[in-house]
Design a protein around this ligand. Structure first.
Ligand SMILES: NC(=O)c1ccc[n+]([C@@H]2O[C@H](COP(=O)([O-])OP(=O)(O)OC[C@H]3O[C@@H](n4cnc5c(N)ncnc54)[C@H](OP(=O)(O)O)[C@@H]3O)[C@@H](O)[C@H]2O)c1
Length: 431
């Protein structure tokens, strides 16, 4: 940053929210490896609990956000999480002429366009690299590294908690409940896991990636969701027979006519040799397809204090060095209609009380909905009173599958509701 005398000055940074990520950011700033950045303020409720002796004694500790806007701060880092007062604090900072860096996916996904407008009006910068895929520098890669291409598809494993649960079930055959309990014990999952396992976390991240990578804005709630709660250990052995693994996949694709977009977050079968299958444990991956450059993958730690803090500090450095173009910092305002239907082959797993005529009944319903059954798979050794088997369906629209399953779910032979998952083939040509 240049001061009025044309000399380089240190960029004064305030952290709002001194939790996991806030403390990890402060650790990096306190290490002294970035002389252009100076931590000057920390704001947190009941702040006296938070004071540490490893930051400079000059740092001001406060409970009052307005203290950060008195002219002595260049950038506020919002790390309190949640929607309110995070959004209001970001607006107040920008209006006061202070740039903002945040890791807050919910605020950026829902209000990123409005906040970018505030930033533009104030001639300040808003950056949010850490809001998607933690330590994976995907926002900057989409805006700069791969800006020369025209992207039409983004697919990713964006939730480390789901990936931990699904890879544990795959490798060790444990149940969803046991894998979730382990994730909670290890601090990878919240006491209420809804946001992760039911897809809301990945939904917000996908909405941001659609804005930055595909250049259009979508309503977050228009992105359809499927939960991983119904996936059982048995599904991994059937998936393996099909050369696949199961991942929570977030994907969005521009439709060739240009007016609409498809977007969904749901568990899906992906080929075991694909990039999406290779991310392990709590890691994240984003795979983008471009018209000219083909498929490019970005992966790494999607969460955790230190990796996320690296993304935050990289944003601070970008502002300190004057890098980001102010016209290109938010989510674009061009809106797209979200179509929730994808064409794909499908995997349907039934858990039934066996009796004659079940296959014929299922085949009749699918055929009436124009869906062709590809194969039926049944592993030996299961009780007739709780018998799992799988049908794979030839490629068809998800609406036909759900309409057929709606009817099928009314049959009285189910022990558990059927599970349907799309079977994704990676890297296929644009639909
Ligand atoms: N942790 C990760 O791995 C990760 C990864 C990517 C993105 N993020 C995002 O980073 C942000 C911060 O996450 P985190 O894991 O660091 O959360 P955290 O550990 O819960 O830290 C939040 C901090 O903000 C304080 N705070 C919350 N509400 C406040 C309020 N109204 N006024 C003043 N202080 C308040 C909390 O104080 P108390 O101690 O009193 O609660 C706490 O110190 C979130 O938006 C999250 O989604 C986190």
């Amino acid at each position: 940053m240049m001061n009025t005398a044309g000399q380089t000055s240190r960029c004064r940074v305030a952290i709002a929210g001194f939790g996991t990520v806030g403390q990890a950011v402060a650790r990096i700033l306190a290490s002294g490896i970035h002389p252009s950045l100076q931590l000057t303020h920390v704001c947190n409720r009941q702040v006296s609990r938070k004071v540490v002796d490893w930051v400079s004694p000059d740092v001001v500790w406060t409970e009052t956000f307005a203290d950060l806007l008195d002219g002595s701060v260049d950038i506020v880092v919002e790390l309190i999480g949640g929607v309110s007062p995070a959004r209001e604090w970001m607006e107040q900072a920008l209006a006061a002429g202070v740039s903002v860096v945040t890791a807050n996916k919910q605020v950026i996904a829902h209000d990123g366009t409005a906040l970018a407008q505030c930033a533009r009006a104030a001639e300040r910068t808003l950056l949010f690299e850490a809001a998607v895929a933690g330590g994976v520098p995907i926002v900057r890669s989409l805006r700069e590294g791969i800006a020369g291409d025209r992207l039409y598809r983004i697919q990713g494993v964006l939730n480390g908690t789901c990936n931990y649960i699904l890879t544990r079930m795959e490798r060790e055959g444990v149940s969803f409940e046991d894998a979730l309990a382990d994730a909670q014990r290890l601090g990878y999952a919240e006491a209420d896991p809804t946001a992760d396992v039911d897809g809301f976390d990945a939904q917000a991240k996908l909405a941001i990636l659609v804005g930055v990578g595909l250049g259009c804005q979508v309503d977050v709630s228009d992105i359809s969701l499927g939960s991983i709660r119904l996936v059982s250990a048995i599904d991994f052995s059937y998936a393996k027979r099909l050369g696949c693994v199961i991942r929570q996949v977030a994907r969005a694709e521009l439709l060739p006519d240009g007016g609409e977009i498809r977007a969904a977050v749901q568990p899906a079968l992906v080929p075991e040799d694909s990039s999406l299958a290779r991310v392990d444990g709590t890691q994240n991956i984003v795979v983008v397809d471009g018209e000219f450059g083909g498929e490019t993958a970005f992966s790494g730690f999607g969460a955790g204090g230190a990796p996320t803090a690296v993304a935050v500090v990289s944003d601070l450095l970008a502002i300190a060095h004057g890098a980001p173009g102010r016209d290109d910092q938010g989510i674009p305002s061009r809106r797209r209609v979200v179509q929730q239907e994808f064409d794909a082959p499908h995997y349907i797993r039934f858990m039934i009380r066996d009796r004659p005529g079940i296959l014929a009944a299922l085949a009749e319903v699918f055929s009436r909905h124009g869906v062709n059954v590809d194969a039926v798979w049944q592993e030996p050794g299961w009780s007739k009173t709780e018998l799992p088997f799988v049908m794979t369906l030839e490629a068809c629209g998800s609406a036909s599958v759900t309409a057929a399953l709606d009817e099928i779910s009314r049959f009285d032979f189910h022990v558990r509701p059927p599970l349907w998952l799309p079977i994704l083939t990676m890297g296929e040509a644009r639909a």
